[in-house]
Design a protein around this ligand. Structure first.
Ligand SMILES: NC(=O)c1ccc[n+]([C@@H]2O[C@H](COP(=O)([O-])OP(=O)(O)OC[C@H]3O[C@@H](n4cnc5c(N)ncnc54)[C@H](OP(=O)(O)O)[C@@H]3O)[C@@H](O)[C@H]2O)c1
Length: 344
């Protein structure tokens, strides 16, 4: 995929985020439809659904892509429908509502809840336990790619290059432990029903309107200090993540296969801020110093299997700096990348 030099408008951004690469166009021919995307109304779902639809069109393959969400953001629903994605409004916590959803041999499961866990932990646990159980029960024969998160791991020594999929899941905090529960529920049903499942432990997805790089860039741009203790992270361009999520329908198995999803490099907050400082022409300010460990994942197995993500860090940083300088839209959904106590 050839990256544009700059991205100036939301239309250009959405066009690039939903532009399918050649491997996806080839792969989509093998996807049995309808393709159901559950939790499609959030940050990733809309561009993921349209990416799938555009890949199917490019492949000349008839494929119904159905985006399912409560659509608390009604603009997301209209945006999807304007781009030939079918939508269904559904509260997936309601068994009676799930029963009415169409049969679907292929499912991408995106439902999640992270922020607000400290105030309402019950909602996070319900979302990550009851809801996966209802979905898994409703679709015992479907191929399911279920999103998980890198938060399922404890911190690992930075020198190690990130946790591997075989590491124990002993994280800190209720959100992360509920995310472990989400995986375990899918694992339970996958084994008991022989449901083919792939679990993807995503680290930070990044685009120009939100993400860990945008958060660091906003600090540099506004001259506010950057907390360095949590000094290292992984991330991936959201378009690359979405391509890999869809192509992971080829990786499902019973018991589930498990994959870390991010670019393979470990990035330093200090180095990223310094590069953004050059792009903005203003040096970053820091507080604290790097701890020897951080929440990190090793994504080599998935990159070896599906190929390297296409958008490098340097390109993301140039796009983001340009976007912020010209006042591009920010979703105002901070990642809180500095949090180390698991309290979200
Ligand atoms: N984005 C990242 O950087 C990142 C990083 C690590 C892991 N992940 C994982 O990747 C997945 C997708 O990420 P995302 O950023 O798109 O998440 P998100 O913005 O939280 O979107 C998930 C969507 O699920 C929908 N949902 C919640 N409860 C529902 C219910 N009861 N019934 C139907 N839909 C419901 C919500 O949309 P409605 O209000 O329309 O229902 C919500 O916006 C999540 O599972 C997340 O844990 C994401």
């Amino acid at each position: 995929m050839v990256c544009p030099d700059t991205i100036e408008t939301e239309d250009q951004l959405d066009e690039f985020l939903t532009r399918p690469g050649a491997p996806l166009v080839e792969f989509v021919k093998t996807i049995a439809g309808p393709l159901l995307i559950l939790g499609a109304g959030g940050k990733m779902g809309p561009t993921l659904a349209v990416l799938a639809q555009r890949a199917a069109s490019a492949a000349g393959k008839p494929l119904d892509v159905i985006a399912v969400s409560r659509f608390t953001d009604s603009k997301a629903r209209k945006w999807l429908e304007d781009r030939n994605v079918k939508t269904t409004s559904c509260d997936l916590l309601q068994r009676s509502a799930i029963e009415k959803l169409p049969e679907a041999p292929s499912i991408i499961y995106l439902v999640g809840l992270k922020f607000g866990t400290a105030q309402n932990p019950g909602a996070t646990w319900a979302m990550n336990t009851i809801l996966p159980a209802l979905v898994a029960e409703r679709y015992p024969k479907s191929r399911i790619v279920a999103l998980s998160t890198g938060n399922v791991y404890p911190f690992s020594d930075v020198k190690r290059g990130g946790s591997t999929e075989m590491d124990p899941l002993t994280p800190l905090g209720e959100y992360a432990n509920a995310a472990v529960a989400r995986e375990r529920i899918f694992q339970f049903f996958s084994v008991n029903q022989q449901t083919p499942v792939a679990l993807l432990r995503l680290f930070y997805a990044v685009e120009l309107r939100y993400g860990v790089l945008v958060d660091i860039a906003q600090h540099v741009y506004h001259g506010s200090p950057i907390e360095l203790t949590n000094g290292y992270f992984n991330c991936i361009w959201q378009g690359d993540a979405n391509e890999m999520i869809l192509r992971s329908l080829a990786l499902v198995s019973s018991p589930p296969s498990v994959w870390n999803l991010c670019r393979p490099e470990v990035f330093s907050v200090r180095d990223v801020a310094a590069r953004l400082g050059e792009l903005f022409g203003r040096p970053p300010r820091f507080t604290g110093s790097e701890a020897p460990n951080a929440l990190l994942g090793n994504s080599r197995p998935l990159c070896d299997r599906l190929g390297m993500p296409t958008v490098p860090l340097t390109t993301m940083l140039c796009w983001i700096a340009n976007w912020i300088k010209q006042g591009g839209r920010d979703l105002n959904r901070p990642t809180h990348f500095e949090v180390r106590d698991g309290n979200y």
